[in-house]
Write a protein that binds this ligand. Structure first.
Ligand SMILES: Cc1cc2nc3c(=O)[nH]c(=O)nc-3n(C[C@H](O)[C@H](O)[C@H](O)COP(=O)(O)OP(=O)(O)OC[C@H]3O[C@@H](n4cnc5c(N)ncnc54)[C@H](O)[C@@H]3O)c2cc1C
Length: 463
């Protein structure tokens, strides 16, 4: 007889495992099915192992600056396999943590590949054969994988996806990164800091194209100072692969340039894992590679939800988890609020870091807002100077009529930690007045968040 649950999740990434834990907390009998690793891409091949690698390159960079701090460090070097081993170890530890949390919350785990198999039923291919599991509520949380463009497909040797780059067969000497979104720029930053001659090609008119234009421009200058070559409005048309080298045909303004590299990382986006799930048969709509849902992640088929990367942008772990909590609460008969995309921060952990929430200045104007904009540079902040991190800026965008904080944009040290202050402000629909009245501790980088708000109203003190 098929095992029966209240709440069944396909995929154990930050969407799936969080959904299952929340459902169990609410008294639902919950199960997660996973075909590969507990914790999904995020813990195993995404957020966490990349941050572990970037931490190594950050320490390496700081060691080179030892003299600035009155310290000495000789024979600074690195051992790439050891750097990777640490990153894989961190991922493994996180996977173990998810296993423990699921067990603690009495969520059953089935390791196998799942597909929908009729109303309220899922079939799972496991090591032992195929089994059927039924549930009142089924959540598709199957995530996404790297998009492959024709001619630019990864081969694991010369051309890598993020998975190869996380467990690289060698240290690149001349590296081409195709795509300057968060994933591309983080790898460019990591390998460039360790000494790879790095070129980044971006088809749009600026690096980190979803960020505010001023932040992108600032970040670009910093990347170039670090020796990266940045090619904007450029497209890699073809990769000619030979033994140990790739010739990239890169088009800029109608002219094609041939450039040689020993390694290429393709970071041109992701596609949802929608295949082999019998979605169409179940009546679930798929738009290109993403499941179509309403704001509550409902697919339109009774009892069937889709969350996280498979349900579309923004492709972020915290968005997936928040959606997971929401669907679990819906399934338990509660009335959660839908997830507000305008209050979801995006963070890029390159050097310097970039973080933002809400509308860019240009987007706010496009939407018809009359805006007040405040900016504050890191050089005006005592803590930034004390840390030896005087390069960066914080920009805030307000609705001139109501004082609502529409967006906040940051580049510089630790901004991925700072942004959450503005996320809370956006979630609470805070105005400039409340932010100005807030007392920020001294000396902290967060004081720049205050100064940026003050600057929007001509009241900044330290600049
Ligand atoms: C290199 C990289 C760096 C990233 N860095 C960040 C970051 O810093 N911050 C951030 O917020 N996001 C980051 N992301 C994005 C983040 O990893 C995703 O947004 C997040 O993992 C999405 O969670 P999810 O639960 O939707 O899916 P996933 O984490 O992709 O998990 C889906 C799971 O479903 C399983 N699965 C799929 N199909 C089936 C099936 N048929 N049966 C059983 N199991 C199945 C998969 O094996 C997988 O484990 C990064 C991504 C990459 C690639």
């Amino acid at each position: 007889m098929a095992a029966t649950y209240d709440f069944l999740v396909i995929g154990s990434g930050p969407g799936g495992y969080v959904a299952a834990i929340r459902a169990a907390q609410l008294g639902l009998k919950a199960c997660v099915i996973e075909r590969e690793h507990l914790g999904g891409i995020c813990l195993n091949w995404g957020c966490i192992p990349t941050k572990a690698l970037l931490r190594s390159s950050e320490v390496f960079h700081l060691m080179h600056r030892a003299a600035e701090f009155g310290l000495s460090a000789d024979k600074i070097g690195y051992d790439l396999p050891a750097v990777v081993k640490r990153s894989r170890g961190v991922a493994k530890q996180m996977e173990g943590g998810v296993k423990h949390l699921l067990k603690k919350n009495k969520v059953d785990v089935v390791m196998g590949e799942a597909a929908l198999a009729g109303k309220g039923t899922v079939s799972v291919k496991t090591d032992k054969g195929t089994e059927e599991i039924s549930a009142r509520h089924i959540v598709i949380a199957t995530g996404a994988r790297a998009r492959e463009l024709p001619g630019l497909e990864a081969d694991g040797d010369l051309v890598w996806t993020y998975k190869h780059a996380l467990n690289p067969p060698r240290m690149p000497k001349k590296l081409l990164v195709i795509g300057s979104g968060a994933i591309g720029i983080e790898f460019a930053s990591f390998f460039n800091t360790l000494g790879a001659e790095t070129t980044v090609v971006e088809v749009l008119d600026r690096v980190l194209p979803v960020e505010d234009a001023e932040i992108s421009a600032f970040a670009r200058k910093q990347f170039e100072k670090q020796g990266m070559k940045i090619m904007e409005k450029s497209m890699v048309k073809q990769l000619d692969r030979a033994k140990g080298k790739v010739t990239a045909n890169i088009e800029t303004g109608g002219k094609v340039e041939k450039m040689e590299f020993d390694t290429v990382i393709s970071a041109v986006g992701i596609v949802g894992n929608v295949e082999n799930l019998n979605l169409e048969k179940a009546g679930v709509k798929v738009d290109r590679t993403h499941v179509v849902t309403d704001e509550y992640c409902r697919t339109g088929v009774d009892g069937l939800y889709a969350i996280g990367d498979v349900a579309g942008a923004p492709w972020l772990a915290h968005k997936a988890s928040h959606e997971g909590v929401m669907v679990a609460e819906l399934a338990a008969g509660q009335h959660p609020h839908p997830v507000k995309p305008s209050a979801i921060a995006g963070c890029t952990y390159c050097h310097p870091q970039v973080a933002s929430v809400g509308l860019t200045e240009a987007r706010a104007k496009e939407q018809g807002y009359e805006v007040k904009v405040g900016k504050f540079p890191f050089i005006g902040n005592g803590k930034a100077v004390a840390l030896g991190e005087p390069e960066g800026m914080i920009k805030t965008v307000f609705d001139a009529k109501t004082g609502e904080l529409l967006g906040a944009h940051m580049v510089g040290a630790e901004v991925t930690e700072l942004i959450q202050g503005y996320v809370v402000a956006r979630t609470l629909e805070t105005t400039e007045q409340e932010l100005m009245e807030t007392v920020f501790p001294h000396p902290t980088l967060s004081e720049m968040m205050h100064e940026s708000v003050l600057a929007a109203y001509g009241r900044q003190i330290h600049m």
